[in-house]
Design a protein around this ligand. Structure first.
Ligand SMILES: Cc1cc2nc3c(=O)[nH]c(=O)nc-3n(C[C@H](O)[C@H](O)[C@H](O)COP(=O)(O)OP(=O)(O)OC[C@H]3O[C@@H](n4cnc5c(N)ncnc54)[C@H](O)[C@@H]3O)c2cc1C
Length: 507
């Protein structure tokens, strides 16, 4: 008999899981509260401008190519992934400008031109070599399989356990490779790609620098949102049904087994398997039926002796985003631009976001201008700025509904006064932690689920298979292997593979 599956949420993890399950011959229905696919990967258009509203840096192209290839399709028939050169233009308040590229020789030339010494270049190379070793050690056990247990990690070859470098923090490991404060600032920032603090998260996360700086970054022609549309198209071709504007109200279980979901006005939708792509914490608090929560609580009590599950995971950071119409298409901007805060404010920025839980007073500012690659994304001579700074998850210490406009104005004046970017900018949309919470059901507005601000972070992340409800699985950036678009694809694959193997086992 053909098995049926319901996916809650058409985020990247949910779309991937849908494709995988349909490929395995299942009848798949995706229910999504919004009226479009992609989840956090969205877009906005106004007055001849176009912006991506979520992810803008796409790394690990091979993961997307493999997803299409495993479905007997060629990715290039669905989407053009343009390699970005430079990947990012970095600027510091003292006027230093560095174009980061993945070709090592060109990077050396750029570093020299930007005033970095041979010692700095040597430190940078050694750091990237070290980060590449982390990648080769974590790729299989951590990224491309379902969540490993501590026992499984301890069974890895000893040299790989050392390479994973989980005992010191990211910042300490970076500082052991270079003493140049600008490079330390640049390399530490990769912690924020998963909503974490480089002073607290394990050095293992230095793998992110390798993934971007050595392997490169891509831009889906037409906008990052085209990637979501490409996955939706592939899913539809495989027979997946989409129900948009359909919030799931409950996951229904009986005797510890999933039966389906309730959607809209509590209409039942039956399914042998449910994969939940909504934020894991939010889903646990809102979707799991009272009966199964009771069951689940009992089991959690049983788990309480495990020191890892005792601590409640800290949400990742969130973000403050402005979509802006810029009156000038500045020649000195590239597709991705980072404007660093002064080096002596860098530690304060992290402490504001992760310790004090307040919007940083002098943040590092990211500007993405896709019109640098797709000229049609802004009227001629103008630019479509996506401006983002890192921000804390929602607590009583911030009040975005009151502070957003003033905070945005401060950021805009920094761009003028500190970095000399002239012209006027008009904000057409603000995205705050409140918006991320209400639009996507992100727990406390966190963008990446839980933070990695502890040595055991990888083990605190929820697994792809529910431990206590048969037939329930989780995908997306809030569960294993973690946040970011490529990892959301891996999570969707892992969740689907768990479901398929359970069918083989239990029928
Ligand atoms: C501003 C911003 C910038 C980012 N930048 C980058 C970047 O540059 N590079 C990168 O790799 N990553 C980036 N990310 C992170 C990346 O977007 C996410 O990690 C990834 O897209 C998450 O995918 P997901 O599968 O977890 O689904 P999500 O995108 O979280 O989608 C979940 C879906 O579930 C739906 N849903 C929730 N509850 C229900 C319900 N009850 N019923 C039905 N549907 C429901 C939501 O509406 C949503 O569509 C960024 C994110 C944001 C917000």
């Amino acid at each position: 008999m053909t098995k049926s599956a319901i996916i809650i949420g058409a985020g990247i993890g949910g779309l991937t899981a849908a494709i995988k399950l349909a490929d395995a011959g299942m009848l798949v229905t995706v229910v999504e509260k919004l009226d479009r696919p992609g989840g956090k990967m969205g877009e906005y258009r106004l007055d001849g401008y176009r912006w991506d509203t979520g992810p803008s840096v796409i790394t690990m192209k091979h993961i997307f190519a493999a997803l299409f290839a495993e479905s007997n399709r060629r990715i290039e028939d669905y989407i053009e992934l343009v390699p970005l050169d430079p990947i990012t233009r970095y600027r510091w308040p003292d006027g230093t400008l560095l174009d980061a590229v993945s070709d090592q020789d060109s990077m050396h030339v750029n570093m020299r031109q930007s005033g970095f010494s041979n010692k700095d270049i040597d430190g940078y190379d050694k750091f990237l070599h070290y980060a590449g070793e982390i990648y080769s050690a974590v790729r299989l056990p951590f990224l491309e399989r379902s969540q490993p247990t501590i026992k499984e990690i301890l069974r890895l070859p000893v040299r790989d356990i050392f390479k994973i470098d989980a005992l010191r923090n990211m910042h300490a490991a970076i500082s052991a490779h270079t003493t140049n404060p600008k490079l330390i600032q640049l390399l530490s920032r990769f912690a924020t790609y998963v909503g974490s603090n480089p002073f607290q998260s394990p050095a293992t996360l230095n793998v992110i620098a390798h993934v971007e700086l050595s392997m490169g970054a891509w831009y889906p022609r037409g906008g990052v949102y085209q990637l979501a549309l490409a996955l939706e198209r592939l899913a539809i071709e495989k027979g997946v049904q989409f129900q948009y504007g359909t919030p799931c109200q409950r996951i229904v279980t009986a005797n510890g087994v999933t039966k389906g979901v309730l959607v809209g006005d509590n209409n039942p939708l039956f399914g042998d398997t449910v994969i939940c792509d909504a934020d894991h914490t939010w889903a646990h608090e809102n979707l799991i039926s009272a009966a199964s929560t009771k069951e689940s609580n009992l089991r959690h009590k049983h788990h309480e002796r495990d020191p890892i599950s005792e601590r409640s995971p800290e949400p990742s950071s969130s973000g403050f985003v402005m979509l802006m119409k810029a009156s000038i298409n500045h020649a000195e901007l590239r597709h991705h631009n980072i404007f660093f805060c002064p080096q002596n404010s860098s530690k304060t920025e992290y402490s504001h976001i992760f310790d004090k839980l307040i919007p940083p007073t002098d943040p590092t500012i990211y500007v993405c201008a896709t019109n640098k690659t797709d000229t049609k994304h802004a009227p001629e001579g103008r630019s479509n700025w996506f401006v983002m700074v890192n921000a804390p998850y929602i607590t009583k210490y911030s009040n975005w509904s009151v502070d957003s406009i003033g905070y945005g104005q401060e950021i805009d004046s920094t761009m003028t006064s500190r970095f000399g970017l002239s012209g006027s900018r008009e904000v057409v949309q603000y995205w705050t932690p409140n918006t991320f919470q209400s639009t996507y059901n992100g727990n406390k507005g966190a963008i990446y689920g839980i933070s990695s601000n502890s040595r055991l972070a990888a083990f605190k992340r929820a697994a792809n298979r529910a431990p206590d409800i048969r037939g329930l699985y989780f995908s997306g950036g809030s569960v294993h292997p973690g946040g970011g678009v490529p990892l959301a694809v891996l999570s969707g694959t892992a969740a689907a593979l768990c479901a398929i193997s359970d069918f083989d086992r239990y029928g």
